[in-house]
Design a protein around this ligand. Structure first.
Ligand code: MG
Ligand code: MG
Length: 272
C-alpha cells in the first residue's frame, strides 16, 4: 500500500533528505586517495548525530555501518573497509538519516582523482538517467514509466541496467511501497499519487547487467568486474509534479561544480 504524505510531512521529509545531502557534501571534501571508507563512515555518523538526526542504515536489517560505500565494481551495499581509496577509483556513497521520524536516503558516486574516460561517462550517464527518471514521476504516470525511461536512456548507450535492486517508496520506513525498478514498460504498474515520496536510484553497469553478492553477505558486485555507478534522490509529487527533496548542491559546492540540473524540479528556491 502506498502511504501518501501531507504537505507538512513532505516538509519534514525534506529536512531528513537535507541531512543526508549535507552529509554527502561534507564527505565530498574528504573523499580522496589514501582515505578509507571506514574513516568516511565514522565522519558521517558523527556528522549526522551533530545535526540532531540518527544514522538511518546503522542497525537496519543488521547493517553494521552508517554508510554503504561501493567501490569500482561494487554496485551497492558495499560495507566500509580499511582499504585506502586510490587514484582512479570510484565510490558510490549511499547514506540514510532519520529526522522527525522520517527517513532520508540518497547517494552519489564520487571520482577519486583522475578516472578513466569510459568510467567518467558511465557516471555522467547514470546521473543523467536519474533526472530522466524523475521527470516521469508525476501524476498521470505509473511505476513502469520511470523504469522505462531510465532503462532506455542507459541501454541505448550500451550500459547494463541492474534488475535485482530497485528504488522504493520512502517515509517512516526506509522501504515503503511501491518498488521502483530502473527498467519497465510504459503505462504499466501502480499509478502515482499526489503526496507520494519515493527514492529513485539507478544502478548502472559499464558492462553486463549481471551481478553477484560477495561472501560478506552485503556487497553487490558486477559479474564481469567492470565498474558500476549509483545516484539516488528522494522525490515527492507536489501539485502533480516531481519535486526533489534531496540535493547534490552541497557536493557541488565542495567540488566546485556548477550545475542547474535540479532547477526544473524545484517549485521553490532551496535555502541552503
Ligand atoms: Mg540509498
Ligand atoms: Mg534507496
Amino acid at each position: 500500500m502506498i502511504i501518501v504524505k501531507t504537505r507538512e510531512e513532505i516538509e519534514l521529509m525534506r529536512q531528513s533528505a537535507l541531512v543526508v545531502s549535507k552529509t554527502l557534501g561534507m564527505l565530498a571534501k574528504e573523499v580522496k586517495p589514501g582515505v578509507t571508507t571506514n574513516q568516511l563512515d565514522k565522519l558521517a555518523e558523527d556528522f549526522i548525530r551533530s545535526q540532531g538526526a540518527i544514522p538511518g542504515f546503522l542497525g537496519l536489517y543488521d547493517c553494521p555501518s552508517t554508510l554503504l560505500c561501493s567501490v569500482n565494481e561494487a554496485v551497492v551495499h558495499g560495507l566500509p573497509t580499511d582499504r585506502p581509496l586510490e587514484e582512479g577509483d570510484i565510490v558510490s556513497i549511499d547514506c540514510g538519516a532519520i529526522m522527525n521520524d522520517f527517513y532520508g536516503d540518497h547517494a552519489y558516486t564520487f571520482e577519486i582523482g583522475d578516472v578513466a574516460p569510459e568510467t567518467k561517462k558511465l557516471l555522467q550517464t547514470t546521473k543523467e538517467s536519474l533526472y530522466v527518471g524523475i521527470r516521469e514521476f508525476k501524476l498521470g504516470n505509473r511505476v513502469g514509466d520511470v523504469g522505462y525511461a531510465i532503462q532506455k536512456y542507459c541501454e541505448d548507450q550500451g550500459y547494463g541496467v541492474v534488475r535485482e535492486l530497485v528504488g522504493h517508496g520512502l517515509g517512516k520506513k526506509m522501504h515503503e511501497d511501491p518498488e521502483m525498478p530502473n527498467y519497465g514498460k510504459r503505462g504499466r504498474g501502480k499509478k502515482f499519487l499526489e503526496g507520494q515520496v519515493v527514492a529513485i536510484e539507478p544502478m548502472i553497469n559499464l558492462g553486463t547487467q549481471k551481478i553477484k553478492q560477495l561472501k560478506d553477505g552485503w556487497t553487490i558486485v558486477t559479474r564481469d568486474g567492470k565498474p558500476s555507478a549509483h545516484f539516488e534522490h528522494d522525490v515527492a509529487i507536489i501539485d502533480g509534479k516531481p519535486e526533489i527533496l534531496s540535493t547534490f548542491a552541497y557536493v557541488y559546492d565542495a567540488l566546485g561544480i556548477e550545475s542547474n540540473e535540479e532547477d526544473e524540479f524545484r517549485q521553490k528556491a532551496l535555502s541552503l
